[in-house]
Design a protein around this ligand. Structure first.
Ligand code: ADP
Ligand code: MG
Length: 258
């Protein structure tokens, strides 16, 4: 069953709208006709077996992959795969979505502070002073006030992931995209990262979180998307889907992870 989140969470603005998204790599059709809507201030969890196309959806939303067809709209910036778009449009869309990866992807040769500060200077044109100040505020919010002058490889995995979150937030995105942010971490370290993500959700950030953390999906997310074989097979209330999955592939997946 695929529910429109507007029916359950009325009166919220649509921040993300993906329509008829398709993507192939050579002969391999990875996404076909993906449609999804994410409402402002909500957390949408995305689950499904490995290879379902979850990462590719997020990567298309941030234009790390170029969609073959369909449209992606984030906060009013529209990318229509059939149309050529200017660098300005591409840049605006990319800026509106902050991405956090499984393997952090920090710049190893820069200090923690510089990791969070430099993108603001490059992308938003902020002065160094302004960017450093914002970086310190975010690092403090992430519990990393004393790490600014360290290099990332001196930080634990959980710290590195929180630095990556600070770096993405520093660009003032309209939506944060998380691709299995805790999968590379030991469980107790993963909890630190989930705590930070919960706080972010409580502060009203719009988030899409690809995760195998079912307790996070159940207790934090307001909408759940289940993917299999390059499409969305189920969407709706996380508690309902987990209790009574309607699609056989969802039942199979939940049996394996719960
Ligand atoms: P998930 O995140 O759900 O595990 P992915 O979106 O990573 O799934 O991958 C979906 C499919 O797309 C897989 O079959 C994968 O091998 C393929 N794929 C992903 N990225 C690429 C790429 N850059 N080149 C070729 N195939 C890819
Ligand atoms: Mg993936």
């Amino acid at each position: 069953m695929i529910e429109n989140p507007q029916d359950r969470l009325p009166g919220r603005r649509e921040v993300v709208r993906v329509r008829n998204l398709a993507k192939s790599f050579g002969e391999n059709t990875v996404l076909s006709d993906v449609n999804l809507t994410v409402l402002e201030g909500t957390v949408t969890a995305m689950i499904g077996p490995s290879g379902a196309g979850k990462s590719t959806v997020l990567r298309c939303m941030n234009l790390l992959e170029r969609p073959d067809s369909g449209t992606i709209e984030i906060d009013g910036h529209v990318i229509d795969a059939e149309r050529r778009f200017s660098n300005r449009e591409l840049f605006a869309l990319r800026r509106s979505a902050g991405m956090v990866f499984q393997h952090f992807n920090l710049f190893p040769h820069m200090t923690v502070l510089r990791n969070v500060s430099l993108p603001q200077q490059r992308v938003l044109g902020r002065s160094k002073g302004e960017a450093d100040e914002r970086a310190m505020a975010l690092l403090t919010r992430m519990g990393l006030a004393d790490k600014g002058e360290q290099y990332p490889n001196r930080c634990s995995g959980g710290q590195q992931q929180r630095i990556a979150i600070a770096r993405a937030l520093a660009l003032d995105p309209k939506v944060m995209l998380f691709d299995e942010p805790t999968s590379a971490l030991d469980p107790e370290v993963g909890l630190e990262v989930l705590e930070v993500m919960k706080e972010l959700a409580a502060s009203g950030m719009t988030m899409i979180v690809v995760t195998h953390e079912m307790s996070f999906a159940r207790s934090v997310s307001e909408d759940l998307i289940v993917m299999a074989d390059g499409g969305i097979i189920e969407q709706g209330d996380p508690k309902r889907i987990m209790a009574e999955p309607s699609h056989p592939r969802t039942q199979e997946f939940l049996r394996a992870v719960l």
